[in-house]
Ligand binder design. Structure first.
Ligand code: GLC
Ligand code: GLC
Length: 627
């Protein structure tokens, strides 16, 4: 007679059974042809079992809780804050002294920017990791991370941490062994003896950092190899065609999960699979790997969800949320890059028709087991991801529009209110990306320099327009550190030799706690933006119709300056209305009622909305959540 299973073993067996159909067929297709496949399969199963056995009791409790509340991350009480630990608090333990500030703002999710042990010197902001099992010693220890995760959880705050999947630092132990000539570890990376294959790949690859890291390969004469380095020279791409890499990363992933991480941000996932003759982005195998990784978390650490960082065109992005073949089984969250780009495009043109077209045509109104991470600024640059087809649909040239947006946001376009910095200008393609803080891109820097109170006021309104948009569109709104206090660009990075080449540091500020201390009393732009953002998040929390599971339907307003969508909640629709111009405009009450508004109440300001002569007046940069 078989020994009866313990309750713990039984739960594991049930979870394995639940997710097996999501896991094994993917791995079989990816790795089944390799001789070591059976051994790999056995090793993976063992790793999953071990991770489950090691999982602390409080996290197992959380697993059960989230099994019962699988929509936990879609609820309107979710609001995220993203920051560099050193620039926000100093160290991980010191973050815990700042939780009152975060809760004052209404934050329930924090993303610690890369905190695992980076290579020394320039580490691409921590995305060049040399040890996934150690925390950056300048920030604390793994024990500190675990303590922080628990303290955050006690306050009802989830923790997101980066897991860099596409590459390791060349100082990682695997890379060092590969460099010494160990075949096993050379197979962890993409290494070539001659330039033939790299040259072939280069024919169709794009360059991510054409400026300071041109090309996608680096030749190391000492090693006698060309190594695949999509990003910087010190970031060596991993070979995901090797099942051993999959296994190693699963172990790392579950190790972090067992420290209490709630959300794993999977970095640069689009680049994980290489195929000659393609851009080597978003290949079908990427989605198979991501589905398999997701299944592994669901088996051994089911409380954890995955956030995919895939900054790609609209149609290419949706599969990261599982649309299509992997529906409901891939990522739980993905950055809504198009929403971000369209916000800036509409703000510059004072015209929301392209935004309406892109968001209304390319995105479904709802997703399965998934939602967006909505944001206006992040730690990276803005790439003008407007396709030629979409531009053409509106009757203009994609190339010209992208060039206009770069010029507008670097501030060189006549009349522009923005003050940004160019990033990675690529003369070969004409591509010009832009860096800059929310406030500087929205006009505050210029308004302050011109000592123009009207322009300053408009900038404040633009920032609140953006925050109201990401708080209601559907998904977890992410506030990037400093944006809640309207920080303008910080040029001090230019005097740091390891940052000077990378203008993204212009929008990665250090928090100014003295300024933050004035947030409730001052009438400065910083304090007004803080209070406005806090009010938006507070109203979001108490507006159940904004739950991410309710469909988001983009509407045609007939007024070019006004963007609108309907959140189709069963308890009553909410119309998000956003005036992207500095002029007064109006929408007809008949239109609003036909689209589902019945109470004529603004859930954002919690005030009734009057419509004299049947017209709803929208002041400059007005935002309404009309019910
Ligand atoms: C991601 C990060 C970015 C980094 C890149 C390479 O896109 O957001 O900051 O440079 O990956 O790791
Ligand atoms: C590109 C990549 C993204 C990366 C960014 C860094 O957008 O797609 O992964 O973070 O460049 O600037």
């Amino acid at each position: 007679m078989a020994k009866p299973l313990s309750a713990e073993d039984e739960i594991f067996a049930l979870r394995l059974e639940r997710s097996a159909p999501d896991l094994w067929p993917m791995l079989e297709a990816l790795y089944g042809a390799r001789a070591e496949y059976p051994a790999f399969r056995a090793a993976l199963l063992k790793a999953l079992r071990r991770a489950w056995a090691d999982r602390p009791a409080d996290l197992k409790h959380l697993d059960l809780k989230r099994d019962l509340e699988p929509d936990w991350f879609q609820r309107p009480d979710m609001a995220g804050y993203v920051f560099y630990i050193d620039r926000f608090a100093g160290t991980i333990p010191k973050v815990l002294e700042r939780l009152d500030y975060l809760q004052d703002l209404g934050i329930s999710y924090v993303h610690f920017m890369p905190c695992l042990k980076p290579r020394p010197g320039d580490s691409d902001g921590g995305y060049s990791v040399m040890d996934y099992r150690a925390v950056n010693p300048a920030l604390g220890t793994m024990a500190d991370l675990e303590t922080a995760a628990r303290a955050l959880r006690d306050r009802g705050i989830s923790l997101c941490v980066d897991l860099v999947l596409n590459h390791t630092a060349k100082e990682h132990a695997w890379a060092k062994k590969a460099a010494k000539g160990e075949r096993k570890y050379q197979d962890y990376y993409l290494m070539f003896d001659s330039e033939t294959m790299p040259k072939r790949f280069e024919e169709t690859l794009v360059e991510v950092f054409p400026d300071n890291a041109p090309g996608n390969f680096t030749h190391y004469p000492q090693i006698g190899k060309w190594v695949w380095t999509t990003f910087n020279e010190h970031q060596w791409d991993l070979n995901w065609a090797n099942p051993q890499v999959f296994l190693e990363i699963v172990e790392v992933m579950l190790h972090l999960a067992n420290k209490g991480v709630d959300v794993l941000r999977l970095d640069a996932v689009a680049f994980m699979w290489k195929r000659p003759g393609t851009r080597c982005q978003s290949e079908p195998e990427v989605h198979m790997i991501l589905q398999a990784l997701r299944a592994c978390s669901r088996i051994a650490a089911p409380a954890v969800i995955h956030l995919a960082e895939a900054i790609v065109a609209p149609a290419e992005m949706l599969p990261y949320l599982g649309r299509g073949r992997h529906d409901g089984r891939e990522g739980n969250l993905a950055y809504h890059n198009s929403l971000m780009v369209q916000f800036w495009s509409a703000l510059a043109t004072r015209d929301t028709r392209l935004m309406t077209h892109v968001l209304g045509t390319h995105f479904p109104d709802r997703l399965t087991n998934a939602t967006y991470a909505t944001y206006i600024r992040c730690h990276d640059d803005i790439g003008w991801a407007v396709t030629d087809e979409d531009a053409r649909a509106l009757g203009f040239s994609g190339h010209a529009h992208r060039a206009f947006l770069s010029d507008f946001y670097d501030g060189s376009f006549p009349g522009s209110f923005a003050r940004g910095a160019l990033f990675q200008v690529n003369p070969a393609t004409g591509d010009k990306r832009v860096s800059g803080s929310f406030a500087s891109l929205a006009g505050l820097e210029k308004g302050l320099a011109d000592a123009d109170p009207a322009e300053v006021d408009l900038a404040v309104q633009r920032i609140l327009l953006g925050h109201a948009l990401i708080a209601s569109f559907g998904g977890i709104p992410l506030i990037y550190m400093g944006d809640e206090l309207a920080f303008t660009n910080d040029h001090s990075y230019l005097s740091d030799p390891s940052h000077a080449h990378d203008s993204r540091w212009v929008h990665r500020p250090r928090i100014d706690w003295a300024l933050a201390a004035t947030r409730h009393t001052a009438e400065t732009p910083a304090a007004r933006v803080f209070r406005g953002t806090k009010a938006i998040l507070a109203r979001r929390r108490t507006t159940p119709g904004l739950h991410a599971a309710h469909p988001t339907q983009v509407l045609q307003t007939g007024v070019p300056g006004v963007f609108a969508f309907r959140r189709a909640a069963p308890i009553g629709a909410i119309l998000g209305l956003f005036n992207f111009t500095e002029g007064w405009t109006q929408l007809s009450e008949t239109w609003a009622r036909a689209e589902g508004a019945s109470l004529m109440h603004d859930a954002l300001s919690d005030h009734p909305v009057a419509a004299p002569q049947g017209q709803i007046a929208l002041p400059p940069y007005a935002r309404l959540w009309l019910t």
